[in-house]
Design a protein around this ligand. Structure first.
Ligand code: GLN
Length: 519
C-alpha cells in the first residue's frame, strides 16, 4: 500500500547490510504508465528527484541515495512506461521474429532484464553490489502491479533460495480498544499467495510496537516464523528506523536467509544520525504547495546540515500566496525552493526582498535563484517590470536557455542532472565547498539573461558560480548570508555528506539567532 513506508523500509534494510560492510544498491519499480516522474504533478506524487545522469525519478530514490550513499541512475527506476516502450521498440525492430508479443513472457522478461541490469550496474562506478534491494511500488492486487509481481515470482523460481528473499510491508492498525488488528496482513498475504508469492519476512507497520502475541498471530496465519515478523512503528525521524529494525533483529534474519556472514555492524552511521542537538533554529520555507513531500530533499538537507551542526531545524511552511511579512520577523532564515509557473512568485519575491533588506540568512534554489535575480533587478537596479520569460510580459532578466528554444516535449527535455560549476575564488560559496570546481544537479529551462549580467554585477550582485556562459550562483558580499544557486544542492545531500550551501545557511541561521537574542 502506498504511503506505508516501503521506501524507507527498503532503504533501512539496505543500510543494515551496508553497516555490515556489504555493498548495496537499490531499484524502485513504479507501476504507472509514465516513462518517468518528470511530468508528474509533485502535489500528487511528491517531489521529482533528480539523479546525476539527469533521470527524473520517484522520491524513494532520494531516500536510497541518502541512506546508502550511492549514486543511482535512471535505470534504477523501472516504470511500466519504460518497460512497454522497450518491448514495443523491440517488436517494431522485428526482434521477436514473428512471435505474438504478450505480457507473459515478453513484458515479464523485460522486467526481469531491467531488474538484473540495474542490479549489475557498478555502485558509484566501482564494484557490483553484493545485494540489490528491489522495491515494488503499488498495492498487491492492483492491476498495474500484476506483471511486476509475476516477474518477481518467476525470478524467485529461477534463483536459489538464498539468492532472493521477499519482504512484505503491511499495515497493522490499532482498534479503538488499543488492540492490533492482523486481518489486513492475513488478507494481503493471502492475496500474495494467490500470485504464487510467499513472504519470507513481514515488516508490520503500526503506530506502536507490536508485541510477541501479535507477532505469533501473524506468524500462525502466514507461515512466516515469529523471528521474521518485525515490528516497525512510526518514527519521528526516518534515520532512526534502521536502528529500530536492528533492535528487532531484522538484519540477523536477512543475513541468515541470504547466507551472508552476519558481521558486527559498524556503528559510525548511528553516531552521525543521532548526534545530540544543543540548539534550535527556525527556517521559513515560502512555497507554492503546502505539501511537505514536494520539498522532501530540501527538508532532509536541512536536517543533515542541522545534525552536523548539532542544531535542530524547525521549518515554518508559508504559503507564497497568503503569508504575511510578519510571519518572517522571528525566523532565523528564509529559504525559497525551486518551482515552475507563475503562481506564488510575487510572494516569494517579497520574501527575498525582506531577507535582503533585513539581512536575514537567505538560501534560494533554482527558481529561488531566478527570483533573487529578479528581485535585485527590480529593487536595486530599478527595472520595475523585471521578470522571467516563463512568467509572461515584462523585462526578461531571466530568459529561456538557448538550447531550450523550440523544445515542445515536456518530458526529459530540461537541462538535467550533473553539470560542472566553477566557483569564484574568495566567495562565500567557494568557501563552503572548500574548492572552486564542483558538480551539482540541475533541472531547469530558464537562466539569467546574459544581457543583464554586467548591469547586475555593477549594482553589487556577485555571480559566484558559473558554467561557461551560464550563471549558477549569486551572493551579496555585505549580507550576513545571501546565497542562491541555479543548481539543486539538495539532491546530493546525505547525513554523512551534508550539502555545503545548506551547512552555510544553517550556520548563518544559528548566528542570526544568537545576535537577535543579544539584541
Ligand atoms: N521554472 C524554472 C526553470 O525552468 C526553475 C526550475 C526549478 O526551480 N527547478 O528554469
Amino acid at each position: 500500500m502506498s504511503g506505508l513506508g516501503k521506501g524507507i523500509t527498503t532503504a533501512s534494510i539496505g543500510r543494515l547490510l551496508k553497516n555490515r560492510g556489504y555493498l548495496v544498491t537499490a531499484v524502485k519499480i513504479d507501476p504507472y504508465l509514465n516513462i518517468d516522474a518528470g511530468t508528474m504533478n509533485p502535489a500528487q506524487h511528491g517531489e521529482v528527484f533528480v539523479l546525476s545522469d539527469g533521470g527524473e525519478v520517484d522520491l524513494d530514490l532520494g531516500n536510497y541515495e541518502r541512506f546508502l550513499d550511492i549514486n543511482l541512475k535512471s535505470i534504477h527506476n523501472i516504470t511500466t512506461g519504460k518497460v512497454y516502450r522497450n518491448v514495443i521498440e523491440k517488436e517494431r525492430r522485428g526482434d521477436f521474429l514473428g512471435a505474438t508479443v504478450q505480457i507473459i513472457p515478453h513484458i515479464t522478461d523485460e522486467i526481469k532484464h531491467c531488474i538484473r541490469r540495474a542490479a549489475l550496474e557498478p555502485v558509484n562506478g566501482g564494484k557490483v553490489a553484493d545485494v540489490c534491494m528491489v522495491e515494488v511500488g503499488g498495492t498487491v492486487g492492483d492491476i498495474e502491479s500484476m506483471p511486476f509481481l509475476e516477474a518477481v515470482r518467476q525470478m524467485h523460481g529461477e534463483l536459489a533460495p538464498d539468492e532472493m528473499i521477499l519482504v512484505h510491508v503491511t499495515l497493522v492498525p490499532m482498534d479503538t480498544m488499543g488492540d492490533f488488528k492482523t486481518k489486513p496482513t492475513q488478507h494481503s498475504v493471502k492475496a500474495l499467495r494467490e500470485l504464487g508469492l510467499q513472504p519470507d519476512i513481514i515488516v508490520a507497520r503500526s503506530s506502536d510496537v507490536i508485541g510477541p502475541q501479535t507477532k505469533k498471530k501473524i506468524s500462525t496465519f502466514t507461515d512466516v516464523p515469529v523471528k521474521a515478523v518485525v515490528s516497525a512503528k512510526d518514527a519521528p525521524d526516518i534515520y532512526q528506523i534502521p536502528m529500530e529494525l536492528e533492535k528487532e533483529g531484522l538484519a540477523d534474519v536477512v543475513c541468515s536467509y541470504l547466507s551472508l556472514e552476519n558481521r558486527e555492524p559498524d556503528p559510525a552511521w548511528y553516531r552521525v544520525v543521532s548526534k545530540e542537538y544543543t540548539n534550535r533554529v527556525t527556517v521559513a520555507i515560502v512555497s507554492k504547495y503546502g505539501i511537505e513531500d514536494v520539498y522532501m530533499s530540501i527538508k532532509e538537507s536541512l536536517k543533515h546540515a542541522g545534525r552536523a551542526l548539532s542544531t535542530e531545524v524547525n521549518i515554518r511552511w508559508l504559503d507564497a500566496e497568503t503569508f504575511d511579512l510578519r510571519d518572517l520577523a522571528d525566523v532565523d532564515g528564509i529559504l525559497i525552493p525551486g518551482g515552475f509557473g507563475k503562481r506564488g512568485i510575487e510572494g516569494k519575491i517579497r520574501a527575498i526582498q525582506y531577507a535582503r533588506e533585513k539581512k536575514k540568512p537567505f538560501l534560494g534554489l533554482c527558481l529561488g535563484f531566478q527570483l533573487a535575480v529578479i528581485e535585485y533587478a527590480r529593487h536595486v537596479l530599478g527595472i520595475e517590470d523585471a521578470t522571467s520569460e516563463e512568467m509572461g510580459e515584462g523585462t526578461h532578466v531571466i530568459a529561456i536557455l538557448p538550447e531550450q528554444e523550440g523544445v515542445s516535449d515536456l518530458g526529459g527535455t530540461m537541462r538535467l542532472g550533473n553539470c560542472d560549476v566553477t566557483l569564484k575564488e574568495g566567495t562565500t560559496v567557494a568557501g563552503l565547498y572548500g574548492k572552486t570546481a564542483i558538480v551539482e544537479r540541475h533541472r531547469h529551462r530558464y537562466e539569467v539573461n546574459p544581457e543583464f549580467i554586467a548591469e547586475l554585477e555593477g549594482a553589487g550582485l556577485v555571480f559566484s558560480g558559473t558554467c561557461g556562459p551560464r550563471m549558477e550562483a549569486c551572493e551579496i558580499p555585505e549580507h550576513p548570508f545571501y546565497l542562491a544557486t541555479q543548481f539543486h544542492p539538495e539532491f546530493k545531500s546525505s547525513p554523512t555528506n551534508p550539502s555545503p550551501p545548506y551547512v552555510g545557511f544553517v550556520e548563518a541561521c544559528k548566528k542570526n539567532k544568537l545576535t537577535s537574542e543579544v539584541r
